[in-house]
Design a protein around this ligand. Structure first.
Ligand code: ZN
Length: 210
């Protein structure tokens, strides 16, 4: 598996480029900004982007999606429960003081039970509401890897005080879905350093059993 992680934009969102080393097919997850850098990685590995997957409709994760779609022709996928939040990109831009990226068009919704693929590499979509209503994680079972969006971080969990956020829902998503994964699963959070499910089970203050 080709997997490059680029922290993009002022909030350093972890954008993942995942490719198949044989077919050169790829997916890009959370192209929030700095699309020239993302395209440079795609060119470096000679990849063809087939899918653009957005873990949730916050501007730092979705802001560059239209630019990437224009450059690659790949469809943009987002869980439909975040379509309302996507209409507020101008408001979100004002919150963090960045330019409004304009309207982002979604080509299809993805949810639990569906897969996204980069050649031979398949990820199960896990709908994990809480940080936002439409937050998803992507679980590459064969590679024991989870792209967690802003649901789980090393030592923390996603904030739930923004529109669409729910502490009750994120805790349910974490306990029922995310922490049900094997301890050795490598977690790529939406921001910050990588971790594992086992490390978070042991030391994340939001998750350890009292
Ligand atoms: Zn977010």
């Amino acid at each position: 598996m080709i997997h490059e992680i680029l922290p993009v934009g002022p909030l350093r969102c972890n954008c993942s480029v995942i490719g198949d080393e044989t077919t050169r097919e790829a997916m890009v997850i959370d192209p929030g900004d700095d699309i020239e850098d993302v395209l440079a990685v795609i060119r470096k590995h000679n990849l063809q982007v087939k899918q653009i997957v957005i873990t949730h409709a916050h501007i730092d994760h979705v802001g560059g999606a239209m630019k990437l779609r224009a450059a690659t022709g790949a469809p943009i996928l987002l869980n439909q429960n975040d379509y309302e939040l996507l209409k507020m990109l101008d408001v979100q831009a004002a919150w963090i003081g960045v330019a409004d990226p304009g309207k982002v068009e979604i080509d299809g919704s993805v949810s639990t039970g569906e897969n996204v693929t980069a050649g031979s590499h398949t990820a199960q979509v896990l709908h994990t509401p809480g940080h936002t209503e439409g937050s998803i994680c992507l679980y590459f079972a064969a590679d024991k890897k989870l792209i967690a969006g802003d649901t789980l971080f090393a030592g923390s969990i996603g904030r739930t005080d923004l529109p669409g956020g729910s502490m009750q829902k994120i805790m349910r998503s974490l306990h029922d879905t995310v922490m049900a994964l094997p301890d050795e699963t490598v977690v790529v959070p939406g921001h910050g350093r990588l971790t594992t499910i086992g490390d978070e089970r042991e030391s994340n203050p939001f998750l350890v059993k009292q």
